[in-house]
Design a protein around this ligand. Structure first.
Ligand SMILES: Nc1nc2c(c(=O)[nH]1)N[C@H]1C(S)=C(S)[C@@H](COP(=O)(O)OP(=O)(O)OC[C@H]3O[C@@H](n4cnc5c(=O)[nH]c(N)nc54)[C@H](O)[C@@H]3O)O[C@H]1N2
Ligand SMILES: Nc1nc2c(c(=O)[nH]1)N[C@H]1C(S)=C(S)[C@@H](COP(=O)(O)OP(=O)(O)OC[C@H]3O[C@@H](n4cnc5c(=O)[nH]c(N)nc54)[C@H](O)[C@@H]3O)O[C@H]1N2
Ligand SMILES: [Mo]
Length: 829
């Protein structure tokens, strides 16, 4: 029984009802390029999606040496065969005609094609010159959450021990730095406590600033299936927009932007006041309860109601929901991480679970989510502002241990200060102390805040920029050297999703032209730079993905993210496996912290913590006195009002984020016709009362301006919280209509023209969700609606104001129920 559906119009497909505690039924979703029949597929190659943090496992269909489609893997624990819209259609971008196929170098102001030797010689010569003249601190690397583990590890070793620079960070700084920081603050160490399997067991699921329906659509399918099954969960949704999650929620709170800490302190207040706490658990496993209780003593629902602009009764209902269940699962994402007081808020969610003893058992867990497909790997490999293997830069024995793994002297590994965070690196580039910036797998000319500033700092003469990408992006167009990369499907590697599930993604087809895997580019650079270990041998002892993976396993040994029990062969045989996976847990580990918080011990923890208000790093002595035995830490935080508040000139709060059909700066999804068609251009969401008051209507062309800059887009009137505007951040000036060239008419449509350069003090994550703006009419719509989708949080009010979003025949994908092999049901504990 197979059925076919337009998965643009029906993004989540059909339902397979799922009862609490049962096994999620499998369903295999397949999309093949037009005219292609399953019989014509020559090979199916194992992989997993890289267009979000779920790692939906899939096989890539190959015929005639080309990718022709994808099919979900029913054996996999994460998705059990299901695929979301980006999984189904996004791969088509790989074969776009405008892929970069040769290196480019800037000559007399223009980027011209060249060969690899010329390009790499230029990069090497500049690196040497800078090392000689200005030292390792003049070179910075800004990487991604979208490469493979093997690539990050290689980059981390070459940057930290080869160049010896402290300036290496990922765009994970913009993404999940707060997740990592919140885990370190509470548990002493990064590492996702919960598991996606908790969705099968939870009784209440609380989503804080997380539009899972659009950003992790396959896990939303799992939730929808539970909502239709026996003993469904009740949802709490905290989001100022009318997301699909909000629509299905038992309680939806739409707070004023930037007030998460006020709300959470009230939830904690109610939990403690009603004695909905687990005293034995608190006693056995935590430190800091008395201070937390004192800090939230005055944070009544009535007090928070004012700060958050919510009815106090709703806050009480939410508190009852999370306070009275026996199985609470919370998920947290950008509505917290990119909002005001990001780390402080994310930590209060950990606190809620700790005081209720809701951790480490089926259905009771926290998912401090990741967003990008391989952000977890960026963090564990130390290609972000951390040392590899969650080692502590302030702990000399951790640095010595890392130096042992790399066979270098400990002084070679910079640890005189915290690894530089991305926002600081761009500041250094602006001020001139960083003179070479190597950007891989990210498009900062669209994704960083305050783009006018970013453009001007990237185009300075004194800064040498290398951009490694698969397209000539807005950022690549500003580079001195552009290196053409091979991507997913064209190279082999591993990736780890938000619930620690490691997948293997195999090469299915050759990359176009002379494009090379990022791993090969980094290895080539290291060879040319002749990086050596302390005995004169090559610093990098590996030569391909599998040998890089084996090297990483040695680095991970004995750390929380232990990969020593994994191998390519095992990942191929079993599909996804959750780390840690070692001798003691050869099948992987479903949940962390089932039995205490050993990684919080002062000798092994990744971080001694920070002051949540100022971001100042604590010293080991402070940590030891606070937490001598290694317990979970309850850290309190007072609510502080957002930095930028609406005023007469900029009367709106402005928030930015995602839509279901696009991924980030759209370099892939903008080139997949079904996805592009569903949301072809930027729009601006405004509430019904605000539109009425300003006499604005659906489809009007408006300008959104802030202290930083402005953008134009068509208006979509929705059920969003009054006083708040929303703009999707996907649209740079690159225009899909006119091919790959920048569309001059499309200038000024990027959300980040308007966003603020400001970041969370502890995690250093930029605040993309909280700034202020003005809204003005540019031109009346001609009756045509805005290009916003109707199937999502941007649904129009009234519902008939825009034609329903559909994909037509080109978007038909099949769904087939499948038997789920029970052997893979739950990873070992
Ligand atoms: N379709 C799609 N999926 C993706 C991606 C994509 O680009 N497209 N990107 C991936 C990546 S890298 C990431 S990081 C994730 C992000 O996934 P999400 O965090 O789910 O997505 P966002 O749209 O950034 O933000 C979520 C919600 O935060 C709400 N919000 C804004 N301000 C506040 C606030 O102050 N408080 C609260 N409580 N909520 C607020 C917004 O209304 C928005 O609906 O998605 C991943 N998945
Ligand atoms: N206003 C606003 N801004 C935001 C956000 C927001 O919510 N609002 N969210 C932030 C978040 S959470 C994120 S994660 C960032 C994302 O921001 P970016 O990372 O800048 O966005 P992407 O478009 O994913 O950029 C990835 C780049 O890598 C290239 N690429 C793809 N595959 C490969 C490969 O295999 N190798 C190489 N070398 N390149 C490859 C793509 O073509 C693309 O140019 O944006 C952040 N910016
Ligand atoms: Mo992200």
């Amino acid at each position: 029984m197979e059925d076919s559906e337009d998965r643009i119009a029906r993004p989540w497909g059909g339902r397979t009802p799922h009862r609490r505690g049962g096994t999620w039924p499998a369903r295999v979703d397949t999309f093949l390029a037009d005219g292609m029949r399953p019989e014509s597929v020559e090979r199916w190659v194992q992989s997993a999606s890289i267009l979000h943090s779920d790692g939906d496992a899939m096989d890539i269909a190959v015929a005639d040496g080309r990718m022709v489609g994808v099919r979900g893997r029913d054996v996999d624990r994460v998705n059990r065969g299901r695929l979301g819209p980006k999984d189904l259609y996004g791969w088509q971008a790989n074969s776009s005609r405008d892929r970069l196929t040769r290196p480019l170098v800037r000559r007399s102001g223009r980027l011209v094609e060249t060969d690899w030797d010329t390009a790499m010689d230029l990069v090497t010569a500049r690196s040497r010159e800078l090392l000689d003249e200005r030292g390792p601190g003049s070179i910075g690397f800004y990487t991604s959450g979208q490469l493979f583990l093997e690539e990050y590890y290689t980059l981390a070793v070459l940057a930290r021990a080869g160049i010896g620079t402290n300036h290496l960070d990922g765009n994970t700084r913009l993404c999940t730095a707060t997740a990592a920081e919140a885990l370190k603050e509470t548990f002493g160490c990064d590492g996702q406590p919960g598991s996606y399997d908790d969705i099968d067991h939870a009784d209440v699921i609380a989503l804080f600033g997380h539009n899972i329906a659009e950003t992790q659509p396959v896990q939303w399918m799992r939730l929808l299936d539970r909502l239709e099954g026996a003993d469904p969960p009740r949802l709490l949704c905290v989001d100022p927009r009318p997301t699909r999650v909000a629509e299905h929620a038992a309680v939806h709170l739409a707070p004023r932007g930037g007030t998460n800490v006020a709300l959470l302190n009230a939830l904690l207040h109610e939990t403690i006041r009603h004695d909905r706490i687990d005293r034995d658990y608190i006693e056995a496993h935590t430190v800091g309860f008395d201070e937390l209780a004192a800090r939230v003593a005055d944070c009544t629902p009535k007090w928070a109601a004012e700060a958050c602009d919510l009815p106090a009764a709703r806050i009480e209902e939410a508190a009852e929901l999370v306070g009275t269940t026996d199985a609470l699962l919370s998920t947290v994402l950008q509505g917290v991480y990119q909002s005001h007081q990001a780390t402080a808020a994310a930590v209060q969610i950990n606190n809620l679970h700790l005081v209720r003893g809701m951790l480490g058992r089926p259905g009771a867990g926290v998912l401090q989510m990741n967003g990008q497909p391989t952000a977890q790997n960026t963090r564990e490999c130390g290609a972000n502002g951390d040392l590899p293997g969650f080692r502590n830069w302030q702990n000399d024995s951790h640095v010595a241990d890392l130096a042992r793994v790399w066979n270098v002297e400990p002084e070679t590994v910079p640890h005189y200060a915290p690894p530089t965070h991305a926002m600081q690196m761009f500041r250094y580039a602006e001020q001139g102390s960083i003179r070479m910036l190597w950007i891989s797998g990210t498009n900062p000319a669209v994704s960083l805040p305050e783009l006018a500033r970013v453009r001007s700092l990237l185009t300075q003469d004194r800064l040498f920029t290398v951009v490694q990408d698969i397209f000539l992006t807005e950022t690549a167009q500003l580079a001195d050297v552009v290196l053409p990369a091979a991507t997913w499907g064209e190279k082999t590697g591993t990736l780890t999703n938000a619930d620690r599930t490691v997948h293997l993604s195999r090469k299915a087809v050759d990359p176009p032209g002379e494009a090379r895997p990022d791993l090969d580019i980094f290895l080539d650079y290291s060879r040319r730079m002749d990086f050596r270990d302390k005995d004169g041998g090559p610093l990098l002892t590996w030569h391909d993905p599998e040998s890089a993976f084996e090297a990483w396993k040695r680095c991970s040994a004995g750390r929380p993210c232990d990969y020593t029990g994994l191998s390519y062969a095992k990942l191929q045989e079993t599909s996804g496996i959750q780390w840690p996976c070692d001798e003691r847990a050869p099948e992987g580990t479903a949940r962390l912290y089932t039995d205490g918080f050993a990684w919080a011990h002062p000798d092994v923890c990744e971080s001694y913590g920070k002051d949540l208000e100022t971001g100042a790093s604590q010293e080991v002595v402070e940590y030891r006195s606070l937490n001598p035995d290694g317990r979970a830490m309850l850290k309190a935080a007072a609510y502080l009002p957002p930095h930028e508040e609406p005023d007469e000139r900029y009367p709106f709060q402005l928030t930015t984020g995602r839509t279901l059909y696009h991924f980030h700066t759209r370099t892939k999804t903008g080139r997949a016709p079904q996805l592009n068609g569903a949301a072809p251009d930027v729009w601006v969401e405004v509430s019904v009362p605000d539109a009425d008051r300003l006499d604005l209507a659906e489809g009007d062309l408006v300008e959104v301006s802030s202290r930083r800059g402005s953008l134009r887009g068509r208006l979509r009137v929705t059920g969003i919280r009054p006083g708040l505007l929303f703009v999707p951040f996907h649209y740079g000036y690159w225009d899909t209509e006119g091919g790959s060239g920048p569309g001059p008419d499309a200038a000024g449509r990027a959300a980040n023209e308007t966003t603020i350069t400001d970041w969370d003090p502890a995690s250093k994550q930029p605040l993309f969700k909280t700034s202020t703006a003005a809204l003005a009419l540019v031109e009346r719509g001609d009756g045509a609606p805005s290009p916003a989708p109707t199937t999502t949080a941007s649904a129009p009010v009234p519902a008939g104001a825009a034609r329903p979003t559909t994909g037509g025949p080109a978007a038909r994908a099949t769904q087939r129920p499948a038997a789920f092999p029970h052997a893979h049901e739950e990873g070992a504990q």
